[in-house]
Ligand binder design. Sequence first.
Ligand code: CUA
Length: 322
Amino acid sequence: MKWMLFLLERAMAEGGAFMPPQGTKIAEEYDNLYAFLLWASLIGSMILIGGMIFFVVKYKRKTDHDKTPYISHNTFLEFIWSFIPLVIFLGVFVWGWHLYHEMRTMPENALEVNVFGRQWSWEFAYKSGKTSGKEFYVPVNTPVKLIMTSKDVLHSFYIPSMRIKQDVVPGMYTTLSFNAEKLGDYQIFCAEYCGTTHSGMLGQMHVVSQADFEKWLQENEEGMTLAEKGQKYFTDKGCVACHSVDGTPKVGPSWKGVFGLKEHEMDDGQKVSVDENYVRESILNPNAKVVKGYPKGVMPTFQGQLSEDQLNALIEFIKSLK
Ligand code: CUA
């Protein structure tokens, strides 16, 4: 009871809003669909329960001589009570599918931010080389794409006000996108139980003006962009021995211009799209997919030799080689 009162109080305190503030246009659409589902369920159950009570009372057997009339079926009625719900359910499906499609379509030219989950905090890495723990800054009215992975166990990145949530999985990248339309501070949660301090795995998202964002981004202690860090590992880790960055084929294919290719042909004829997950796999499990024209089994695995941050920087370096 106490927690219900607490929630009610909180809801009242925030201007009577039951839902968290809507930080994006999609959040509004999302709430509309949710409200429709809620009202449709409420009206549907009122008709159902109300009808049931009405008929129970009206057709109650009153005397021992009451005979139950013999009714087999009514085609028209049966059609109607099947067809109307069918139309409503199909409508909800199309509505939800459309919205989901909109949420899952990654915008072109978005501001990319890498997100790392780990027990029990969030880390954010920007292309400029800036990294941040807990504090997540984004400029207002800008499409943002999050490329996320975990350094240990399964987490889930959740910003209620943006109505976005996605599992953050060790060993692979998952993505999210949004376009924040209102300045302000928003709460970030972890929405997947990940150990003792799961409930304390919080973060703050700050939606600020473009100018403030640039200013914040400038405060960069390491003085190296993410791609520059990647370039350093490219040499330090020995990638340079077999891969060029100018398009010349060496023992392995050049890194120039490969990122983003939609139909990159492998030696077994399959075509892959070169994204973060493909590059990651090619570094950690090089023989899983070998580019057409190159020998199999030559590249050693880098499993366990690169941290998530180093991998991330290397991928960013490859992305920068247009
Ligand atoms: Cu991380 Cu729960």
